[in-house]
Design a protein around this ligand. Structure first.
Ligand SMILES: Nc1ncnc2c1ncn2[C@@H]1O[C@H](COP(=O)(O)OP(=O)(O)OP(=O)(O)O)[C@@H](O)[C@H]1O
Length: 359
Protein backbone atom coordinates (compact mmCIF):
# COMPACT_ATOMS: atom_id res chain seq x y z
CA UNK A 1 0.00 0.00 0.00
CA UNK A 2 1.15 3.50 -0.83
CA UNK A 3 2.18 5.01 2.51
CA UNK A 4 0.96 8.43 1.40
CA UNK A 5 -2.57 7.03 1.49
CA UNK A 6 -4.05 7.32 4.97
CA UNK A 7 -7.65 6.41 4.33
CA UNK A 8 -8.68 3.89 1.71
CA UNK A 9 -12.34 3.13 1.09
CA UNK A 10 -13.02 0.16 -1.15
CA UNK A 11 -16.44 -0.38 -2.63
CA UNK A 12 -18.23 0.84 0.51
CA UNK A 13 -22.01 0.33 0.60
CA UNK A 14 -24.48 1.20 3.32
CA UNK A 15 -28.19 0.45 3.35
CA UNK A 16 -30.83 1.67 5.83
CA UNK A 17 -33.96 -0.44 5.31
CA UNK A 18 -34.63 -0.08 1.60
CA UNK A 19 -32.64 3.18 1.36
CA UNK A 20 -29.31 2.52 -0.39
CA UNK A 21 -27.46 5.45 1.19
CA UNK A 22 -23.85 4.78 0.11
CA UNK A 23 -23.27 3.28 -3.32
CA UNK A 24 -19.92 1.72 -4.16
CA UNK A 25 -17.76 4.39 -2.59
CA UNK A 26 -14.13 4.14 -3.68
CA UNK A 27 -11.90 6.85 -2.28
CA UNK A 28 -8.27 7.32 -1.30
CA UNK A 29 -7.24 10.15 0.97
CA UNK A 30 -3.64 11.23 1.38
CA UNK A 31 -1.93 12.21 4.60
CA UNK A 32 -1.86 15.88 5.56
CA UNK A 33 -4.71 16.95 3.29
CA UNK A 34 -7.87 18.91 3.94
CA UNK A 35 -10.65 16.96 2.26
CA UNK A 36 -14.23 18.16 2.02
CA UNK A 37 -17.32 16.00 1.54
CA UNK A 38 -19.74 18.26 -0.30
CA UNK A 39 -23.32 17.69 -1.33
CA UNK A 40 -26.91 18.63 -0.57
CA UNK A 41 -28.74 17.42 2.51
CA UNK A 42 -29.44 13.70 2.51
CA UNK A 43 -26.79 12.65 -0.02
CA UNK A 44 -24.90 10.46 2.46
CA UNK A 45 -21.99 12.65 3.64
CA UNK A 46 -22.61 12.16 7.35
CA UNK A 47 -23.29 8.47 6.88
CA UNK A 48 -19.89 8.04 5.24
CA UNK A 49 -18.17 10.07 7.95
CA UNK A 50 -19.80 7.96 10.63
CA UNK A 51 -18.83 4.80 8.78
CA UNK A 52 -15.20 5.94 8.76
CA UNK A 53 -15.36 6.78 12.49
CA UNK A 54 -16.95 3.41 13.25
CA UNK A 55 -20.35 4.61 14.50
CA UNK A 56 -21.89 2.70 11.58
CA UNK A 57 -20.68 -0.61 10.20
CA UNK A 58 -20.70 -0.84 6.42
CA UNK A 59 -22.85 -3.45 4.68
CA UNK A 60 -20.31 -4.12 1.98
CA UNK A 61 -16.76 -3.01 1.25
CA UNK A 62 -13.65 -2.19 3.24
CA UNK A 63 -12.48 0.73 5.34
CA UNK A 64 -8.68 0.95 5.68
CA UNK A 65 -7.02 3.48 7.99
CA UNK A 66 -3.24 3.76 7.97
CA UNK A 67 -2.83 0.37 6.32
CA UNK A 68 -5.17 -1.39 8.72
CA UNK A 69 -8.55 -2.90 7.89
CA UNK A 70 -10.86 -1.40 10.53
CA UNK A 71 -14.28 -2.74 9.49
CA UNK A 72 -14.69 -4.62 12.75
CA UNK A 73 -13.14 -2.06 15.10
CA UNK A 74 -15.32 0.12 17.37
CA UNK A 75 -14.88 3.93 17.20
CA UNK A 76 -12.50 4.25 20.16
CA UNK A 77 -10.10 1.75 18.59
CA UNK A 78 -10.07 3.56 15.24
CA UNK A 79 -8.75 6.80 16.73
CA UNK A 80 -10.75 8.99 14.39
CA UNK A 81 -12.51 11.55 16.57
CA UNK A 82 -15.47 13.43 15.20
CA UNK A 83 -16.23 17.06 15.89
CA UNK A 84 -19.92 17.75 15.45
CA UNK A 85 -22.02 20.84 14.94
CA UNK A 86 -21.70 23.07 18.02
CA UNK A 87 -18.46 21.20 18.77
CA UNK A 88 -20.26 19.22 21.50
CA UNK A 89 -18.17 20.75 24.28
CA UNK A 90 -19.31 19.97 27.81
CA UNK A 91 -20.68 23.30 29.15
CA UNK A 92 -20.06 22.49 32.82
CA UNK A 93 -16.40 21.54 32.28
CA UNK A 94 -13.41 23.86 31.95
CA UNK A 95 -11.47 24.03 28.71
CA UNK A 96 -8.75 21.89 30.25
CA UNK A 97 -11.21 19.18 31.33
CA UNK A 98 -12.97 19.24 27.98
CA UNK A 99 -9.68 18.58 26.22
CA UNK A 100 -8.59 15.97 28.76
CA UNK A 101 -11.87 14.07 28.53
CA UNK A 102 -10.79 11.42 26.00
CA UNK A 103 -7.56 10.75 27.86
CA UNK A 104 -9.36 10.46 31.21
CA UNK A 105 -11.71 7.85 29.75
CA UNK A 106 -8.68 5.86 28.66
CA UNK A 107 -7.34 6.14 32.23
CA UNK A 108 -4.19 7.92 31.11
CA UNK A 109 -1.81 8.78 34.01
CA UNK A 110 -2.35 12.30 35.34
CA UNK A 111 1.11 13.64 34.55
CA UNK A 112 0.76 12.52 30.95
CA UNK A 113 -2.72 14.07 30.70
CA UNK A 114 -1.29 17.37 31.94
CA UNK A 115 1.54 17.30 29.43
CA UNK A 116 -0.57 16.28 26.44
CA UNK A 117 -3.38 18.74 27.13
CA UNK A 118 -0.87 21.57 27.52
CA UNK A 119 0.77 20.51 24.27
CA UNK A 120 -2.53 20.45 22.38
CA UNK A 121 -3.54 23.82 23.82
CA UNK A 122 -0.28 25.34 22.70
CA UNK A 123 -0.77 23.90 19.21
CA UNK A 124 -4.10 25.66 18.81
CA UNK A 125 -2.85 28.78 20.62
CA UNK A 126 -5.13 28.58 23.65
CA UNK A 127 -2.47 28.52 26.37
CA UNK A 128 -3.61 30.45 29.43
CA UNK A 129 -7.32 29.76 28.93
CA UNK A 130 -7.31 26.39 30.73
CA UNK A 131 -9.76 27.41 33.45
CA UNK A 132 -12.33 29.11 31.21
CA UNK A 133 -15.72 27.56 30.51
CA UNK A 134 -17.05 27.16 26.96
CA UNK A 135 -19.58 30.00 27.37
CA UNK A 136 -16.70 32.34 28.20
CA UNK A 137 -15.06 31.70 24.82
CA UNK A 138 -15.82 33.05 21.34
CA UNK A 139 -17.12 30.72 18.64
CA UNK A 140 -13.66 30.60 17.10
CA UNK A 141 -12.02 29.71 20.40
CA UNK A 142 -14.59 26.99 21.04
CA UNK A 143 -13.77 25.56 17.63
CA UNK A 144 -10.12 25.46 18.65
CA UNK A 145 -10.99 23.66 21.89
CA UNK A 146 -12.80 21.07 19.81
CA UNK A 147 -9.73 20.72 17.59
CA UNK A 148 -7.45 20.41 20.64
CA UNK A 149 -9.70 17.68 21.95
CA UNK A 150 -9.12 15.75 18.76
CA UNK A 151 -5.39 16.57 18.63
CA UNK A 152 -4.71 15.37 22.15
CA UNK A 153 -5.67 11.85 21.11
CA UNK A 154 -2.93 11.83 18.44
CA UNK A 155 -5.54 10.89 15.91
CA UNK A 156 -4.58 10.00 12.38
CA UNK A 157 -7.65 11.71 10.92
CA UNK A 158 -9.93 14.38 12.30
CA UNK A 159 -13.53 14.23 11.14
CA UNK A 160 -15.56 17.45 11.22
CA UNK A 161 -19.28 17.37 10.56
CA UNK A 162 -20.53 20.86 9.58
CA UNK A 163 -18.72 22.38 12.57
CA UNK A 164 -19.40 25.97 11.53
CA UNK A 165 -23.07 25.74 10.69
CA UNK A 166 -24.21 27.55 13.82
CA UNK A 167 -21.92 30.56 13.50
CA UNK A 168 -22.93 33.82 11.87
CA UNK A 169 -21.49 34.60 8.43
CA UNK A 170 -18.62 36.82 9.59
CA UNK A 171 -17.44 34.51 12.35
CA UNK A 172 -17.74 31.54 10.03
CA UNK A 173 -15.28 33.15 7.67
CA UNK A 174 -12.82 33.85 10.50
CA UNK A 175 -13.04 30.34 11.90
CA UNK A 176 -12.65 28.85 8.42
CA UNK A 177 -9.33 30.61 8.04
CA UNK A 178 -8.29 29.57 11.54
CA UNK A 179 -9.18 25.94 10.97
CA UNK A 180 -7.31 25.81 7.68
CA UNK A 181 -4.26 27.45 9.29
CA UNK A 182 -4.16 24.94 12.15
CA UNK A 183 -4.55 22.06 9.70
CA UNK A 184 -1.70 23.31 7.50
CA UNK A 185 0.63 24.28 10.35
CA UNK A 186 0.30 20.88 12.00
CA UNK A 187 0.05 18.84 8.80
CA UNK A 188 -3.23 17.28 9.94
CA UNK A 189 -5.46 15.09 7.83
CA UNK A 190 -8.96 16.50 8.07
CA UNK A 191 -12.23 15.36 6.55
CA UNK A 192 -14.78 18.13 6.63
CA UNK A 193 -18.47 17.74 5.83
CA UNK A 194 -20.41 20.69 4.46
CA UNK A 195 -23.19 21.60 2.05
CA UNK A 196 -21.69 25.08 1.60
CA UNK A 197 -19.94 25.34 -1.77
CA UNK A 198 -17.93 28.43 -0.90
CA UNK A 199 -16.67 26.81 2.28
CA UNK A 200 -15.57 23.76 0.28
CA UNK A 201 -13.86 25.81 -2.44
CA UNK A 202 -12.01 28.07 -0.03
CA UNK A 203 -10.70 25.51 2.47
CA UNK A 204 -10.00 22.26 0.71
CA UNK A 205 -7.07 20.55 -0.94
CA UNK A 206 -9.56 18.15 -2.50
CA UNK A 207 -13.34 18.10 -2.68
CA UNK A 208 -15.52 14.99 -2.93
CA UNK A 209 -18.86 15.87 -4.53
CA UNK A 210 -21.68 13.52 -3.53
CA UNK A 211 -24.74 12.86 -5.64
CA UNK A 212 -27.37 10.64 -4.06
CA UNK A 213 -24.96 8.38 -2.21
CA UNK A 214 -22.34 8.14 -4.99
CA UNK A 215 -19.25 10.20 -5.74
CA UNK A 216 -19.71 12.34 -8.85
CA UNK A 217 -16.27 13.93 -8.72
CA UNK A 218 -13.13 13.99 -6.58
CA UNK A 219 -10.76 16.81 -7.38
CA UNK A 220 -9.14 20.09 -6.42
CA UNK A 221 -11.38 23.13 -5.97
CA UNK A 222 -10.22 24.50 -9.34
CA UNK A 223 -10.98 21.22 -11.12
CA UNK A 224 -14.40 20.98 -9.54
CA UNK A 225 -15.22 24.57 -10.43
CA UNK A 226 -13.75 24.86 -13.91
CA UNK A 227 -13.84 21.25 -15.09
CA UNK A 228 -16.98 19.72 -13.58
CA UNK A 229 -17.39 16.16 -14.82
CA UNK A 230 -21.17 16.17 -14.72
CA UNK A 231 -24.02 18.60 -15.09
CA UNK A 232 -24.88 17.92 -11.46
CA UNK A 233 -21.44 19.09 -10.26
CA UNK A 234 -21.45 22.17 -12.51
CA UNK A 235 -24.88 23.09 -11.27
CA UNK A 236 -24.19 22.44 -7.60
CA UNK A 237 -20.97 24.45 -7.45
CA UNK A 238 -21.65 28.12 -8.01
CA UNK A 239 -23.76 29.44 -10.85
CA UNK A 240 -23.41 28.48 -14.47
CA UNK A 241 -25.11 28.74 -17.87
CA UNK A 242 -25.76 25.50 -19.77
CA UNK A 243 -26.39 25.23 -23.47
CA UNK A 244 -26.75 22.27 -25.79
CA UNK A 245 -24.17 21.54 -28.49
CA UNK A 246 -23.21 18.85 -31.01
CA UNK A 247 -19.73 17.45 -31.47
CA UNK A 248 -18.46 18.18 -34.98
CA UNK A 249 -14.99 16.76 -34.56
CA UNK A 250 -12.88 15.37 -31.74
CA UNK A 251 -9.16 14.71 -31.87
CA UNK A 252 -6.16 14.77 -29.55
CA UNK A 253 -7.92 16.29 -26.55
CA UNK A 254 -9.58 19.00 -28.67
CA UNK A 255 -13.31 18.92 -29.31
CA UNK A 256 -15.04 21.13 -31.86
CA UNK A 257 -18.74 21.66 -31.19
CA UNK A 258 -21.60 23.50 -32.91
CA UNK A 259 -23.95 25.51 -30.72
CA UNK A 260 -26.63 28.19 -30.81
CA UNK A 261 -29.22 29.25 -33.40
CA UNK A 262 -26.71 30.35 -36.02
CA UNK A 263 -24.60 27.25 -35.61
CA UNK A 264 -21.38 28.85 -34.41
CA UNK A 265 -18.50 26.50 -33.71
CA UNK A 266 -15.93 26.55 -30.95
CA UNK A 267 -13.01 24.25 -30.11
CA UNK A 268 -12.60 23.25 -26.47
CA UNK A 269 -9.85 21.26 -24.73
CA UNK A 270 -11.10 18.18 -22.87
CA UNK A 271 -9.67 14.94 -21.46
CA UNK A 272 -12.91 13.08 -22.11
CA UNK A 273 -13.59 11.03 -25.24
CA UNK A 274 -16.32 12.23 -27.57
CA UNK A 275 -17.64 10.93 -30.87
CA UNK A 276 -18.74 12.96 -33.88
CA UNK A 277 -22.44 13.81 -33.72
CA UNK A 278 -22.60 13.35 -29.93
CA UNK A 279 -24.96 15.64 -28.06
CA UNK A 280 -23.19 17.46 -25.23
CA UNK A 281 -23.67 20.32 -22.82
CA UNK A 282 -21.56 23.45 -22.60
CA UNK A 283 -21.13 25.15 -19.24
CA UNK A 284 -20.25 28.85 -19.24
CA UNK A 285 -19.72 30.58 -15.90
CA UNK A 286 -21.31 34.05 -15.52
CA UNK A 287 -17.94 35.64 -14.79
CA UNK A 288 -16.43 34.15 -17.96
CA UNK A 289 -18.82 36.21 -20.08
CA UNK A 290 -18.06 39.84 -21.01
CA UNK A 291 -20.66 42.27 -22.31
CA UNK A 292 -19.91 44.27 -25.44
CA UNK A 293 -16.32 43.05 -25.81
CA UNK A 294 -16.45 41.07 -29.07
CA UNK A 295 -12.70 40.38 -28.99
CA UNK A 296 -12.77 38.91 -25.49
CA UNK A 297 -13.57 35.27 -26.27
CA UNK A 298 -14.46 32.83 -29.00
CA UNK A 299 -17.84 31.82 -27.57
CA UNK A 300 -20.63 34.30 -28.15
CA UNK A 301 -24.27 34.87 -27.44
CA UNK A 302 -26.51 37.75 -28.50
CA UNK A 303 -29.74 38.99 -26.97
CA UNK A 304 -31.48 41.58 -24.88
CA UNK A 305 -30.67 42.51 -21.29
CA UNK A 306 -33.89 41.80 -19.45
CA UNK A 307 -32.84 42.96 -15.99
CA UNK A 308 -29.90 43.40 -13.68
CA UNK A 309 -29.11 43.03 -10.02
CA UNK A 310 -26.48 44.78 -7.89
CA UNK A 311 -24.49 42.25 -5.86
CA UNK A 312 -21.82 44.46 -4.30
CA UNK A 313 -18.63 43.43 -6.01
CA UNK A 314 -20.43 42.76 -9.27
CA UNK A 315 -23.50 43.57 -11.31
CA UNK A 316 -25.48 40.53 -12.45
CA UNK A 317 -27.21 40.81 -15.82
CA UNK A 318 -29.95 38.58 -17.22
CA UNK A 319 -29.62 38.36 -20.97
CA UNK A 320 -32.31 36.70 -23.08
CA UNK A 321 -31.08 35.31 -26.41
CA UNK A 322 -32.90 34.86 -29.75
CA UNK A 323 -34.61 31.66 -28.65
CA UNK A 324 -35.72 33.04 -25.30
CA UNK A 325 -33.03 31.34 -23.25
CA UNK A 326 -31.79 33.31 -20.25
CA UNK A 327 -28.07 33.81 -19.63
CA UNK A 328 -26.50 35.09 -16.43
CA UNK A 329 -23.59 37.48 -17.00
CA UNK A 330 -21.57 38.90 -14.11
CA UNK A 331 -19.82 42.19 -14.75
CA UNK A 332 -17.13 43.56 -12.45
CA UNK A 333 -15.57 47.02 -12.39
CA UNK A 334 -18.32 48.82 -14.24
CA UNK A 335 -19.06 51.40 -11.57
CA UNK A 336 -22.39 53.14 -12.06
CA UNK A 337 -22.61 52.18 -15.73
CA UNK A 338 -25.56 50.03 -16.66
CA UNK A 339 -26.24 48.00 -19.76
CA UNK A 340 -29.95 47.74 -19.18
CA UNK A 341 -32.12 48.52 -22.20
CA UNK A 342 -29.30 48.29 -24.74
CA UNK A 343 -30.31 46.03 -27.62
CA UNK A 344 -29.06 43.86 -29.07
CA UNK A 345 -26.32 43.01 -26.63
CA UNK A 346 -23.45 40.68 -27.28
CA UNK A 347 -21.60 38.64 -24.65
CA UNK A 348 -18.44 36.67 -25.29
CA UNK A 349 -16.71 34.07 -23.13
CA UNK A 350 -13.10 32.97 -22.99
CA UNK A 351 -13.73 29.87 -20.87
CA UNK A 352 -16.22 27.22 -21.91
CA UNK A 353 -16.38 23.73 -20.49
CA UNK A 354 -17.79 20.67 -22.24
CA UNK A 355 -19.81 18.07 -20.29
CA UNK A 356 -21.04 14.64 -21.30
CA UNK A 357 -24.78 14.14 -21.23
CA UNK A 358 -26.02 11.30 -19.07
CA UNK A 359 -29.00 9.47 -20.47
N1 LIG B 1 -29.45 6.01 11.37
C1 LIG B 1 -30.18 6.08 10.26
N2 LIG B 1 -31.22 5.24 10.04
C2 LIG B 1 -31.95 5.31 8.92
N3 LIG B 1 -31.72 6.15 7.91
C3 LIG B 1 -30.69 7.02 8.06
C4 LIG B 1 -29.87 7.02 9.22
N4 LIG B 1 -28.92 7.97 9.07
C5 LIG B 1 -29.14 8.55 7.87
N5 LIG B 1 -30.19 7.97 7.25
C6 LIG B 1 -30.70 8.31 5.90
O1 LIG B 1 -29.61 8.22 5.01
C7 LIG B 1 -29.66 9.27 4.04
C8 LIG B 1 -28.35 10.05 4.07
O2 LIG B 1 -28.26 10.78 5.27
P1 LIG B 1 -26.96 11.58 5.71
O3 LIG B 1 -27.21 12.16 7.05
O4 LIG B 1 -25.77 10.75 5.53
O5 LIG B 1 -26.95 12.73 4.62
P2 LIG B 1 -26.11 14.05 4.61
O6 LIG B 1 -25.63 14.21 3.22
O7 LIG B 1 -25.10 14.05 5.67
O8 LIG B 1 -27.21 15.14 4.91
P3 LIG B 1 -27.21 16.31 6.03
O9 LIG B 1 -26.33 17.38 5.50
O10 LIG B 1 -28.68 16.70 6.06
O11 LIG B 1 -26.76 15.70 7.31
C9 LIG B 1 -30.89 10.08 4.35
O12 LIG B 1 -31.93 9.64 3.50
C10 LIG B 1 -31.18 9.73 5.80
O13 LIG B 1 -32.55 9.85 6.05
Amino acid sequence: MDSKVLLDLKNVNKVFGNNHVLKNINLQIERGKFITFLGPSGCGKTTLLRSIAGFYSVDEGEVWIDGKLVNDLPPYKRGTPMVFQEYALFPHMTVFDNIAYGLDIKKTPEAEVQQRVEGAMAQVKLTGLEERYPHEMSGGQQQRVAMARALVMNSPIILLDEPLSNLDAKLREEVRVELRTIQQDLGLTVIYVTHDQLEALSMSDQIVVFNKGAIDQYGTPHEIYYEPRTQYVADFIGTTNFTEAIVVHSEGGKVTVRYGQVGDTITIASDEKFVDGEEVLLSVRPESLRLNQPEFGEFNVTGIIKSSMFLGEKERYFLVDEVGKEWIVDAYDIGQKTFEGIVPMNATADKVHIIKKVN
